[in-house]
Design a protein around this ligand. Structure first.
Ligand code: SF4
Ligand code: SF4
Length: 434
């Protein structure tokens, strides 16, 4: 039996540091200085796609292997399989043992999937990632001067820099729960991987009384090699979104430093929650590519409507947006412009715009289209109705007394500027002027 569950953290590696250590080895006469070989971004994309497809195609086997290894090698770790977020939050509540403060990392599985229910259940939820970035306004500072990405040594941009095992007994354990979404886990030996830009995850592992590691089914891969590679890819492709998406700490956010210390006779607890929450439904052929997603958030970078996805505490992405719709947590994906920008950025080449169409078609096929869709989807009918009475129709369309009920019935915002009707149609104009 191994001693404690291995938990490894990857952090940004400074370009200067890498280059100078390689130079020193070279200058010191070593014949083969450890300068990692150049790998192109295209090769990385090909390799991550292969890693993800392998994990998806062998999911059942890897889930069984992971559960079995956790049970055999780390019986002190409490393992829970949760079908959905409600079951996961019920488990967290059950084991919380009166603790009511939860620290989460910025992983979407906790920040988006679990957080709303944790808050509704009465927990005070602190996003420790945002909490650590203590600035007054949204901006990129020197602090964020992370390595530039270039084809030279791309894979060295993020390295495993902290290796821990289980939860150490410490003198500064605080009375709170840490619920942390993991970035990858190896089915072969259960090593857990996190990507960290600050020190929030390491701090939570060091000081939270109870740590619950949340493993989405899509984070389970074959072995350590694949898990490290997947976590590195999250960093490489997601760094720009992380830089641009960071925001100031919300006012009045609780500081974990204010919490009381755990009495020395109480021990710490480590739990692993294996969470499905709609992931296995993605394995049906139409949406199976979504299961390949590594959660890097690159699809957010050039999305023209990304501000519709973003609120102060979350970095939303087109992928999350679609996920929310498919899992029934949102009832519209109408804001997508199908501009393809997200598809161009995705390192896994996931065709999100097509999947948005597919999801919309499936939705409409299951239910009859809403009045809003029936009206807006037939502009020729609207034109036929409005053209004969164009001046009157335009007057009514701009009347506040009409726009309010119209907003309720059709969903069209009362402040939206609507196109005008014209009595002289293009056909009439053409017949006269051709
Ligand atoms: S296709 Fe839709 S989700 Fe993707 S970038 Fe364009 S607007 Fe955003
Ligand atoms: S869909 Fe978005 S978050 Fe997922 S891998 Fe592609 S770019 Fe990254």
């Amino acid at each position: 039996m191994d001693k404690d569950l291995p938990i490894w953290i990857l952090e940004p590696e400074l370009t200067e540091k890498r280059d100078s250590s390689a130079r020193k080895l070279f200058e010191g006469g070593q014949r083969t200085p450890h300068i990692p070989e150049t790998i192109s971004i295209y090769d990385i994309k090909r390799r991550i796609r292969a890693v993800r497809e392998y994990a998806r195609n062998n999911l059942d086997m890897f889930v069984a292997e992971l559960k079995n290894n956790l049970k055999q090698k780390y019986p002190q770790v409490k393992v829970k399989s949760a079908q959905d977020s409600t079951e996961a939050v019920e488990y967290i509540t059950r084991v919380s043992d009166g603790l009511n403060v939860v620290s989460i990392n910025n992983s979407s599985i906790v920040a988006q999937e679990l957080r709303p229910e944790l808050t509704a259940t009465g927990f005070t939820v602190v996003n420790s990632y945002l909490n650590e970035f203590d600035v007054e306004k949204r901006s990129i500072l020197d602090y964020w001067d992370l390595p530039r990405l270039s084809d030279k040594n791309l894979l060295g941009t993020f390295e495993v820099s902290i290796k821990t095992a289980g939860l150490d007994p410490t003198n500064d354990t605080k009375k709170y729960l840490a619920v942390l979404g993991v970035n990858a886990i190896s089915a072969e030996d259960c090593t857990v991987f996190f990507l960290e830009h600050f020190s929030n995850i390491h701090n939570d592992l060091r000081q939270a009384e109870k740590v619950l590691l949340v493993v989405g089914l899509d984070k389970i891969v074959k072995d350590r090699k694949d898990a490290i590679f997947q976590t590195k890819c999250m960093g490489i492709f997601g760094m720009e979104s992380a830089l641009l998406g960071i925001g100031p700490k919300s006012e009045g956010t609780l500081s974990l430093d204010e919490l009381g210390l755990l009495p020395s006779d109480k021990s710490r607890e480590l739990h692993v929650i294996i969470l499905d929450n709609g992931r296995s439904n993605l394995l049906q052929v139409k949406y199976e590519d979504l299961f390949l997603c590594i959660g890097c958030r690159a699809c957010n970078q050039h999305c023209p409507i990304q501000h519709s996805f973003t609120n102060v505490d979350y970095i939303w992405t087109p992928r999350n947006f679609l996920n929310q719709f498919l899992s029934g947590r949102s009832d519209s994906i109408d804001v997508c412009l199908h501009c393809e920008a997200c598809r161009m950025e995705c390192p896994l080449d996931i065709d999100l715009p097509h999947l948005m169409w597919q999801a919309k078609m499936d939705y409409v096929n299951k239910r009859s289209p809403s009045f809003y869709h029936r009206i807006l989807g037939r502009p020729e009918l609207l034109a036929r109705l409005g053209t004969p009475l164009a001046p009157l129709a335009n007057l009514l369309m701009n009347n506040g007394l009409i726009r309010s009920p119209m907003e309720i019935i059709t969903g069209i915002d009362r402040k939206a500027t609507l196109p005008k009707f014209h009595s002289r149609t293009f056909k009439k104009w053409f017949r006269k002027n051709a």
